[in-house]
Design a protein around this ligand. Structure first.
Ligand code: PEP
Ligand code: MG
Length: 756
């Protein structure tokens, strides 16, 4: 059964139109269970009804016509109860299920809900003529199939092969709203630009082409390149393959023939589709066609078609990795947007960013925050491929993207966007004032940085220094490890620019979601694997090179602090301190004169929180990495869109951990700060003040806003809020309580669009 399941899901995954795929599923289920009838109903949420989408055993004319209200009959009951129903006789009350479309009289009934991320998407059911319930293994089969199908249906909705009624605006101009995790606050108004990964046929969007002839020409050239590749492959392998095996290549060439694939793609292009979109459509159709064949040999040809499609796509894209034409006000959208994609857009054109994968703490979101680009992560609800070049508004406070916004929405958001700009200008008046609460408590505000060019920030920022320099970024941007001299140059630039202000440099924190392209290693759980200090301690050569570069860069400046990431136990600190001492002694012996750097530890693994005093005794300062601490304390992947709504740094357990850390550090007389994304969230900043943090580190763009928070809320009020927060047992209530205080203090503009 497992291989059958796998095959069904594979076939569905390859489908270019979901309805055809569902029809395939019902046929396969009928074969597997040997029941005469199987049907799939999908929910049309806007009409609150289930629509029959595919069937065997009911009349085909019933497809799309049979509609069942969500609270009606057996199908409605399965959806409402969210569990399977297995009945000996579905014709008796209370479950009376008699279908006028049935081709026979059915009694035994098994129905299973199709659920994706807690939402019922539909129901799959099978029926038989005997008065007999289905067997347990048949029920288990259908439940497993429904669970796998759910992901595929949900994905089909995202990529647009299932334009379900009620999901898309009926009228092109009707406003549609797409939701996700609010990752960077702010408002952006502009036009959408969809980007997609190269060589991924599935992700290619539909796009009109400017000239049909030029497009056909481009496609023909790509086709010819693939033909040449295949022919030369065939020639090269003539010696080593049998004649039978070589016929496969002839079959490929045949498929690439003008009368085959080429003809169909050209037909799609001639109605105005660009070559990539036309190719995607044709390949999906053909894959579907082959997958549905009963003959195993022909079914396997689906893989070949897909492979050929990818090869043609490769050549199409090779010829034109476009300097994309970005609209003047771009809202960038993609299933998966990387930091490199973001970097490609001219920054003055970027109004917003919407990624279908990833979460609030993904590194691309952190980069967007540093650039102050309103951002939504883990978005869902509309098909990426349908979102090209649409008028849109992004609300990064609530995580909403409006497509075809109404005049009223446009008017409101234009006003709010203007107010946001005014607020930023007003906040410049705080530039030279300290981050001091109205009752005199001072917090040190520092910057998070990662690029050599961030040295330029020293001229514009009033930050007290750098609180986190992510050194791995310059390691990631190369095709080999940077030499000691190259590293020293980068570090020196930053230390010099900020001198005499302190600069905290974090030692290499690779692993997790930050692999080095030139040091690939596979791990099943990279976030629990060879990360941060674990890697550098296992590679003293690389670690020492970095330490020497940092220390020598600080000669004559003496404003360097070194911070150790991912510390889990005291031995790691002791070993690191020895290596720092060794590097220092070596450089001294070489004649360099610099003062000893301060050394700090990041508290980002829960174990480190509970050893805070032992750690604090060994070092000069501590800094909480709230991104990873939240991830490890709540056991929620910081990059996984599926669980991102559960990722909340205000979880009561986090607040307890933070309080424990602050008390432990202070008991040892050591300062403690926080350098994760919590320090960029106004609600969290109030609570961090109340908890007694000494310094906060954040990106340059958000700093004036956080200074405004600190200068507006008295320290004693923040302490009262902490007491109140500890009495609440869920993050949403804690957030609400603090938002009320921010609102009353006139800081509503920090938690929603606009100034108030
Ligand atoms: C953190 O984990 O909070 C942190 C600051 O480090 P990074 O986001 O680079 O893992
Ligand atoms: Mg971290």
């Amino acid at each position: 059964m497992l291989s059958l399941l796998r095959r069904i899901v594979q076939e569905v995954g390859l489908a270019s139109d979901l309805e055809g795929a569902l029809q395939l599923v019902v046929r396969r289920v009928r074969e597997a269970i040997a029941a005469p009838s199987c049907s799939i109903y999908l929910l049309n949420a806007s009409a609150q009804e289930y629509v029959l989408m595919a069937t065997v055993g009911l009349h085909q004319a019933a497809v799309h016509r049979v509609r069942i209200e969500v609270n009606q009959g057996l199908i409605g009951a399965i959806g409402q109860r969210e569990e399977p129903l297995n009945l000996k006789d579905a014709s008796i009350k209370p479950y009376f299920f008699s279908d006028p479309q049935a081709q026979a009289e059915y009694f035994g009934f098994l129905g299973v809900p199709i659920i994706h991320r807690r939402e019922v998407l539909g129901v799959i059911c099978t029926q038989k003529t005997e008065k007999q319930a289905f067997q347990e293994d048949e029920e288990a089969f259908l439940v497993t199939l429904a669970a796998q199908l759910a992901g595929v249906i949900a994905h089909a909705m995202v990529v647009g092969v299932y334009p379900a009624e009620g999901i898309y605006p009926k009228d092109e101009q009707e406003t549609a709203c797409l939701g996700g995790v609010p990752a960077v606050a702010g408002v952006g108004i502009g036009r959408t630009k969809v980007i997609y990964p190269l060589a991924d046929l599935e992700a290619v969007p539909d796009r009109p082409c400017a000239s049909i002839e030029a497009e056909i020409q481009r496609f023909e050239e790509a086709l010819q390149s693939v033909r040449e590749d295949i022919a030369s492959l065939q020639e090269r392998l003539t010696e080593s393959l049998s004649q039978d095996e070589l016929t496969l290549f002839s079959a490929y060439l045949h498929m690439l023939d003008h009368r085959g694939l080429g003809l169909e793609v050209n037909q799609e292009i001639s109605v105005g589709q660009w070559a990539e979109g036309a190719l995607r459509r044709v390949i999906k159709r053909q894959v579907m066609h082959f997958s549905a064949m009963d003959d195993r040999y022909l079914r396997d040809r689906a893989e070949d078609v897909l492979d050929l499609g990818q090869r043609i796509l490769f050549y199409l894209q090779k010829k034109m990795r476009l300097p994309l034409d970005y609209p003047e006000h771009t809202i960038l959208i993609g299933e998966k947007i990387s930091a490199a994609d973001l970097a490609e857009v001219p920054i003055d054109r970027l109004e917003g960013l919407v990624s279908y994968s990833g979460s609030h703490n993904s590194h691309v979101a952190i980069l967007a925050r540093a650039l102050n680009i309103p951002t939504i992560m883990g978005a869902s609800g509309l098909a990426v491929s349908e979102l090209e070049d649409k008028a849109a508004i992004i609300d990064g406070y609530y995580g909403h993207l409006y497509i075809h916004p109404s005049e009223k929405l446009l008017k409101d958001y234009t006003l709010w966007a203007k107010e946001e700009d005014e607020l930023d200008i007003e906040l410049q008046s705080l530039r030279d004032l300290p981050a001091q609460t109205p009752d005199g408590q001072v917090l040190s505000l520092l910057l998070n940085a990662g690029l050599a060019s961030d040295a330029g920030l020293s001229l514009t920022t009033t930050a007290d220094g750098i609180g986190l320099f992510r050194t791995e970024i310059s390691f990631m941007a190369r095709d080999r490890f940077p030499t000691e001299t190259e590293q020293r140059t980068i570090y020196r630039q930053l230390l010099q620019a900020f001198s005499p202000r302190p600069v905290v440099m974090r030692t290499l924190d690779i692993g997790g979601d930050k692999p080095l392209p030139y040091l690939p290693f596979q791990e099943e759980n990279p976030f629990l694997g060879w990360r941060g200090i674990r890697f550098t301690l296992d590679h003293p050569d690389i670690f020492l090179m970095q330490l020497r570069a940092m220390l020598s860069a600080s000669e004559g400046l003496n404003n360097l602090s070194i911070m150790l990431p991912m510390i889990t136990s005291v031995e790691e600190v002791d070993e690191s301190l020895q290596l720092i001492q060794r590097a220092y002694a070596e450089l001294n012996a070489e004649g360099l004169k610099m003062s000893k750097p301060k050394v700090g530890v990041m508290l980002e693994v829960p174990a480190a929180i509970y050893q805070v005093e032992a750690l604090a005794k060994r070092v000069d300062f501590l800094s909480v990495g709230s991104n990873d601490l939240t991830q490890y304390l709540l056991a929620i992947d910081r990059n996984n869109a599926r669980v991102s709504d559960r990722f909340d740094a205000l979880h009561p357990a986090m607040l307890q951990a933070l309080q424990f850390a602050v008390q432990g550090a202070h008991a040892q007389g050591k300062p403690i700060g926080l350098c994760g994304e919590m320090a960029s969230d106004p609600v969290s900043v109030v609570l961090l003040m109340g908890l007694g943090f000494d310094h906060l580190s954040m990106n340059a763009a958000i700093l004036p806003r956080m200074k405004w928070v600190i200068r507006s809320i008295p320290h004693h009020r923040a302490q009262e809020l902490i007491v109140q927060a500890f009495q609440l047992d869920n993050a949403a209530l804690i957030r609400l309580a603090v938002e009320k205080v921010l609102d009353n203090a006139g800081l509503g503009g920090l938690i929603r669009a606009g100034k108030r």
